[in-house]
Design a protein around this ligand. Structure first.
Ligand code: ZN
Length: 287
């Protein structure tokens, strides 16, 4: 499943391609995605100019005129393809999972522009398109999500107060989208390694200094992942066919049994599975 950096890479490719472009026609082949595509979906897009493509957490936000929005979530297996009309593109996938070229099956939604089209492919259909009619509704829709690590509200007061008296471990909180949104399993392990904090430490025991270090390193790790084009696991590539490079920067994720990369530490990286998620850490550096 793509995490924030990977969705951001998709946003950048998509925004470059469809910003300020007018939708000529819409084809919906299968309405039954995670949420059923409403019958007014076609008229909602037809002849409208896309203002821009934004993002919050793992949601893409298509901005249309008059405070109209469309929320897109890629679910488990959704990919967005850009298909040119005249020239054949070598690679159509704006996201990094599955086939680099448009598959024959599971193409559920098409937005047709002047000389290209955008095709939504999703074999497992956990992704969705959702119409949002105004700013207030958009805020409400995303209300269940905590701030992104880049948000100025994700500060020491917020984090320290959130953790007060809570018994759960820090790794679970980093994955809890109500606390902070956009961090998934890969980046949670990396953030905690960089912060020298044991993933199983109860949050009520974290000092202010430790909280501050989580805040700083969350931003650092995600920004670095975005700048590297995401992490190429399972063939994650962008539209130009480039692989993300962040997997080469993994210090702990999928590094079990390897020597810790911190200077002077000869400990081996451990892997523990807690509630179906693998956690990677160095139990000498992370206290
Ligand atoms: Zn170590």
């Amino acid at each position: 499943m793509p995490e924030l950096p990977e969705v951001e890479i998709v946003r950048q490719s998509l925004n470059k391609k469809i910003k300020q472009k007018k939708v000529k026609k819409v084809i919906v082949r299968n309405r039954n995605l995670r949420f059923k595509i409403p019958s007014n979906f076609n008229s909602y897009f037809q002849n409208k100019k896309i203002i821009k493509v934004g993002r919050f957490s793992k949601y893409l936000i298509v901005y249309l005129p008059q405070e109209n929005y469309c929320l897109i979530h890629l679910g488990m297996s959704g990919t967005i393809h850009v298909v040119n009309n005249t020239t054949i593109n070598k690679r159509t996938n704006t996201s990094f999972y599955n086939s680099p070229l448009l598959p024959k099956k599971h193409n559920h939604v098409e937005l047709i522009f002047n000389n290209f089209k955008i095709v939504y492919n999703d074999p497992r259909r956990f992704g969705f398109f959702q119409i949002i009619k105004n700013n207030l509704e958009l805020k409400k829709r995303l209300n269940h999500l905590g701030p992104e690590p880049f948000d100025q509200n994700f500060d020491l007061t917020y984090v320290y107060n959130f953790f007060k008296g809570k018994n759960k471990d820090i790794k679970s909180f980093l994955l809890d989208q109500k606390f902070v949104s956009g961090i998934g399993n890969i980046y949670a392990s990396e953030i905690l390694f960089l912060s020298k904090i044991n993933p199983f430490k109860k949050v009520k025991l974290l000092s202010k200094k430790e909280c501050q270090s989580i805040i700083i390193n969350s931003k650092k790790i995600l920004l670095k992942a975005i700048s590297k084009g995401g992490s190429s696991i399972r063939d994650f590539k962008d539209t130009s066919g480039l692989k993300g490079g962040f997997q080469d920067e993994f210090k702990v994720y999928q590094q079990e049994g390897k020597q810790c990369k911190n200077f002077g530490c000869s400990n081996l990286i451990k892997k523990k599975i807690i509630s179906n998620r693998a956690t990677f850490f160095c139990n000498s550096c992370q206290k």
